[in-house]
Design a binder for this molecule. Structure first.
Ligand code: FEO
Length: 395
C-alpha cells in the first residue's frame, strides 16, 4: 500500500482491501474496497482523518512511517463504524498525546464500541474550527449518512471536503482520484443503493449544503476521491430525485418450474409492451445488482412459490432487504404458484410497511400455469403499463 498525495501536505494513508468480498456479512463487494485515511500536516500540528479497518492496521502504520510522521496531535473521527474507527485505539497507544476530535454522539459510540478513554476526546460543535497552523479544519455535522453520528470535515485552505462514507464507493483501486467516471459511477451507485438509499431525505439536505460551499475535491472513506465533485453530486441528485423510470424488476424463486413459467410469460408480455424488464433468479442473484436496479425502477414483481403457506425463504430475504432499503418503487405485484394452500400475499404485504408502493392485483395460482392463469398475467402486464402511464414514466 502506497502513500498518495491529494495536495501539498495532504496524503491518503489508508489501505486497499483488494480481496474483501463481503461487507457486514451481507453486502457483496465484487471489486473489493478501500479504507481511506488522510494525514494533514499543518505548520504547527498534524491531524489524521479516520483510520482503517483493524484487519489493515498494519498498512496504515506502515504508511505513516513512510511519511516520517512524528507526533499526531489530532485523530478526527467522522464515523464510529469500525472500518474507519477500528484502528483508533492503536493510534492513541502509539501517540499518547493525541486527542480524538469528534462530535458528542460519535464520542459516546467510540467509547461503547472501542473503549476509548473519556480523557482522550475533544468534542466539537457543528461549524467549529480547529487550526493546524497554516491549515484549518471546519467540522460539519452530517447525521444519518448512514449512522446518526456522521460528520464531515472541510479543509478550508485546500478546499477539500472529507465526507467519510457519504458519496463513496466500494472500489479497490490504486487511483487516488477518479480516473474512469463510468466505472466509478456503477460502483458509487451500488454503494448508494446498498447503504445510503434509506436516507434519501437526509441526503437532500447534505447535498444542498455542499452546493453552497467552495469544494475542489471530495475525499471519501471508500474508493477514489473526486477532483470533479460535480460528477458525483449530480449522480446523487438523480438517484435521490422522486422520479422513477419505466422499469420493472421481476425477482423470483421457483421450486418445480411453475413460478418460473409464470415469470417468463409475464416478462415476455411486459417486454412486448415497452418497459425495461429485469429478471432476477434470487437463488443466483448478487443482491447488490438488484439493489442498483431498485434505485430507479417504478415497479417490482415478487414471484415465489409457497413454502409452509408463506413466501419461499429466499424470496423473504430479498423482500426484507427491499423493505429496509426503502426504494422509490411506486407499484408492486405478487405472483407465484402453490401446492395446496397459501397465505403468501398477506404475509408479503405485512413484510413491506416501508414501501410506499401500490399493491397491484396478485396472480397466485394452484399448480402449473393454465391458459386462464397466463391471461391473468397478460392482464397484470396491461395494468403495470397503465400504472406507468398514469405517473408519466413511459419514456
Ligand atoms: Fe464505511 Fe459506515 O462504514
Amino acid at each position: 500500500m502506497a502513500v498518495r498525495e491529494l495536495k501539498v501536505n495532504v496524503h491518503s494513508v489508508g489501505a486497499i482491501d483488494w480481496d474483501r468480498r463481503l461487507f457486514d456479512a451481507l453486502i457483496p463487494l465484487p471489486n473489493g474496497t478501500t479504507y481511506n485515511s488522510y494525514l494533514i500536516k499543518g505548520s504547527e500540528k498534524t491531524a489524521l482523518l479516520d483510520t482503517v479497518d483493524p484487519s489493515k492496521e498494519h498498512d496504515l502504520l506502515s504508511n505513516l512511517k513512510k511519511l516520517g510522521v512524528g507526533q499526531i496531535e489530532y485523530v478526527i473521527s467522522h464515523h464510529a463504524e469500525q472500518d474507519h474507527s477500528g484502528s483508533i485505539p492503536k493510534i492513541l497507544e502509539l501517540h499518547p498525546n493525541a486527542k480524538v476530535v469528534t462530535n458528542p454522539k460519535c464520542k459516546k459510540m467510540l467509547i461503547d464500541h472501542l473503549s476509548v478513554q473519556e480523557d482522550r476526546f475533544i468534542t466539537v460543535e457543528d461549524g467549529e474550527t480547529l487550526s493546524l497552523g497554516d491549515k484549518t479544519l471546519e467540522f460539519i455535522y452530517a447525521p444519518w449518512v448512514h449512522w446518526p453520528e456522521t460528520m464531515f470535515t472541510y479543509l478550508r485552505e485546500d478546499k477539500i471536503l472529507f465526507t467519510c462514507d457519504f458519496l463513496g464507493s466500494h472500489f479497490a483501486t490504486s487511483d487516488v482520484f477518479v480516473r474512469n467516471e463510468s466505472r466509478t459511477y456503477d460502483m458509487a451507485k451500488r454503494y448508494y443503493a446498498e447503504i445510503m438509499m434509506p436516507f434519501r431525505n437526509k441526503i437532500q439536505k447534505h447535498l444542498e449544503k455542499i452546493d453552497g460551499m467552495d469544494v475542489e475535491i471530495i475525499a471519501t472513506s471508500h474508493g477514489p476521491s473526486y477532483d470533479n465533485p460535480k460528477f458525483i453530486l449530480d449522480a446523487y441528485k438523480d438517484w435521490i430525485s422522486p422520479d422513477v423510470k419505466n422499469e420493472v424488476i421481476i425477482a423470483y424463486v421457483s421450486m418445480h418450474d411453475s413460478t418460473r413459467r409464470m415469470v417468463e410469460h409475464l416478462a415476455d408480455a411486459l417486454v412486448e409492451r415497452g418497459p425495461v424488464v429485469k429478471v432476477y433468479d434470487l437463488t443466483k442473484t448478487d443482491i447488490g445488482e438488484l439493489a442498483i436496479d431498485l434505485v430507479d425502477a417504478a415497479t417490482i414483481v415478487i414471484a415465489s412459490p409457497t413454502v409452509h403457506v408463506g413466501p419461499h425463504p429466499v424470496a423473504q430475504n430479498v423482500i426484507f432487504l427491499a423493505n429496509a432499503l426503502r426504494p422509490k418503487l411506486r407499484f408492486a405485484a405478487i405472483i407465484g404458484s402453490y401446492g395446496w394452500g397459501s397465505r403468501m400475499v398477506e404475509q408479503i404485504a405485512e413484510m413491506i410497511p416501508n414501501l410506499k408502493a401500490e399493491l397491484l392485483e396478485p396472480v397466485v395460482i394452484k399448480g402449473h400455469p393454465k391458459q386462464e392463469d397466463l391471461e391473468a398475467l397478460d392482464k397484470l402486464a396491461d395494468e403495470i403499463i397503465e400504472k406507468h402511464k398514469s405517473i408519466d414514466v413511459m419514456k
